[in-house]
Design a protein around this ligand. Structure first.
Ligand SMILES: Cc1cc2nc3c(=O)[nH]c(=O)nc-3n(C[C@H](O)[C@H](O)[C@H](O)COP(=O)(O)OP(=O)(O)OC[C@H]3O[C@@H](n4cnc5c(N)ncnc54)[C@H](O)[C@@H]3O)c2cc1C
Length: 475
């Protein structure tokens, strides 16, 4: 293997990957198509341009998984965090940045680095003599590159839109109302016959729910998100092959009050154990396990463009979800991403072509910081390959390790959709209890519980760094 890493895309992930790899002593060529070829959202030729909000979200490393990943990235000398901190503007507990100062800072740091060369121009195919490649072309990957990726992964494994159903923390579901059961108790594949969480509705509850669903506030697609020839912005029902199988729930509901009851909310093959008199639900909302840990469940068929505040309001009307905590809310956006749990190995390499790695949003993480963090890991992995050394992944109990695990296998490949970092991706701490003065154990909740996750993460990250350093010194 040669020592040069070719990174395609100088966005959040590509920039971070280049910085990390170069700092490990490896030569990097960073390829960026802007300004020669534009995306519909970028406006400059700078590295790590923020295409929308200027916020990196919560900076609370004690109680928030995003704040924790900030801290982990700072510990690992992240260029995105370094320049983000320098460009910070007042934003309460969040880290928000002056976007121009931020991108200019990243661009300068990369340009000044003796081991990084930035080449402008669209990459449409992977040349045969590139043997260590990171594809970090993001949610707006150019058409030609998307075609190349589809050829590499298989067309079915590349999506052009996300269609996200809300994801709920399992422990926030009220199991005094809901119950585990698969339709007709079918135990297929890895199933046990009790694979879904079912939330029952009476006729009155269903009718109120449909009314609220169809009268809620919705976001609109941006013009450039619509394929050419699609209807106007105001007509949200888009008749296009991009949306096969991911029709928004509100569009289905608007087709008629009974449509959902004959679709994702059909009440057949289910028996409510909380109703011993065999009372049948009028409709049922099902939730399916979303990660191998069993900490997250997605609401089946509930992809939506409802505004976020509205989603919380309307979905909490579902019996059993009245106290639901959402790991992520639903959405539909233009977004190019691969089915990472299926096509990538645990080192972010394409199983069929291990010299090609993926990083950033295209791997199915979601958000500036998440994209940069997968870039950070990919850059370090690629550098270790170039140096002929193996890479030890960060532990699953850290934010970096939990997100990496999610996109490379922790998530269910069948239902894989982009995901932010959140505590639902971490294993539940072994001892989330507090000993009370009377000697009894009290289950920790809220902030105290989150602190258990972040304290553990800090200890485990420090161990990981120490072990890696010892290995590098011994090599
Ligand atoms: C419209 C929009 C708004 C978003 N808003 C937010 C937000 O507010 N907050 C948030 O946290 N996340 C947001 N995201 C999600 C996501 O976090 C960002 O898109 C983030 O920039 C992803 O980082 P990335 O490095 O994976 O991709 P990008 O930052 O997009 O970087 C990819 C780079 O690859 C380049 N490229 C593409 N194809 C080629 C090619 N063939 N050859 C060479 N270069 C190529 C692009 O020009 C780009 O510079 C948004 C996404 C979109 C699409």
């Amino acid at each position: 293997m040669t020592k040069t890493i070719h990174i395609i895309g100088a966005g959040l992930a590509g920039s971070e990957a280049a910085w990390q790899a170069a700092n490990m002593g490896v030569q990097v060529v960073l390829h960026e198509m802007r300004p020669h070829v534009e995306t519909p959202a970028h406006e400059t030729d700078q590295c790590a341009e923020l295409v929308c909000s200027n916020s990196f979200r919560s900076d609370d490393a004690d109680h928030n998984a995003v704040g924790l990943i900030h801290q982990e990235m700072r510990t690992l000398n992240s260029i995105i965090m370094q320049e983000g901190d320098k460009a910070a503007v007042p934003a309460g507990g969040a880290l928000a940045v002056d976007r121009d100062i931020f991108s200019a800072g990243v661009t300068k740091a990369l340009t000044d680095h003796p081991l990084i060369t930035i080449e402008h121009g669209e990459i449409t195919a992977i040349p045969d003599d590139w043997d260590n490649v990171i594809i970090a072309t993001g949610p707006l990957t150019s058409d030609a590159m998307a075609k190349t990726i589809a050829d590499l992964t298989g067309e079915k494994e590349l999506a052009f839109f996300d269609a996200i159903a809300p994801i709920v923390h399992a422990e926030s579901i009220n199991m005094d109302i809901a119950w585990f059961q698969s339709r007709y108790d079918k135990a297929e594949g890895a199933g046990t016959g009790k694979d879904y969480i079912n939330c029952p509705m009476t006729k009155a509850q269903y009718e109120t729910f449909i009314h609220e669903l169809t009268n809620a506030e919705y976001g609109l697609f941006k013009e450039w998100e619509l394929p050419s020839g699609a209807p106007t912005l105001e007509e949200r029902e888009i008749d296009t092959p991009y949306f096969d199988g991911c029709m928004p729930i509100e569009i289905m509901a608007a087709r008629g009050p009974e449509t959902l009851r004959f679709g994702p909310m059909k009440p057949v093959g289910l028996t409510n154990p909380h109703k011993p008199d065999n009372e049948q639900p009028y409709a049922v909302v099902q939730l399916r396990q979303d990660n191998a840990l069993g900490t997250l469940f997605n609401i089946v068929g509930f992809q939506t463009k409802m505004k976020w505040g509205e989603q919380t309001r309307v979905f909490k009307m579902i019996p059993g979800l009245e106290n639901a905590e959402f790991a992520r809310l639903g959405g539909l956006h233009r977004n190019t991403f691969i089915n990472s749990p299926k096509v990538l190995d645990e080192n972010l390499r394409l199983k069929s072509r291990p010299h090609i790695r993926f990083a950033g949003q295209i791997t199915g993480c979601e958000g500036y910081i998440e994209s940069a963090s997968i870039g950070l890991i990919a850059g370090r992995m690629a550098a270790r390959d170039a140096l002929g050394a193996s890479f030890k992944k960060p532990p699953l109990t850290t934010a970096l390790g939990a997100l990496l695990n999610h996109v490379t296998g922790g998530a269910n490949a069948e239902t894989f959709q982009p995901m932010n970092v959140n505590f639902g991706l971490f294993p539940v701490p072994e001892n989330p209890y507090q000993i009370m003065p009377n000697g009894k154990r009290k289950k920790l909740r809220g902030k105290d519980r989150k602190k258990c996750y972040t304290d553990r993460a800090r200890i485990d990250l420090a161990h990981w760094i120490r072990n890696n350093r010892q290995e590098e010194e011994a090599a």
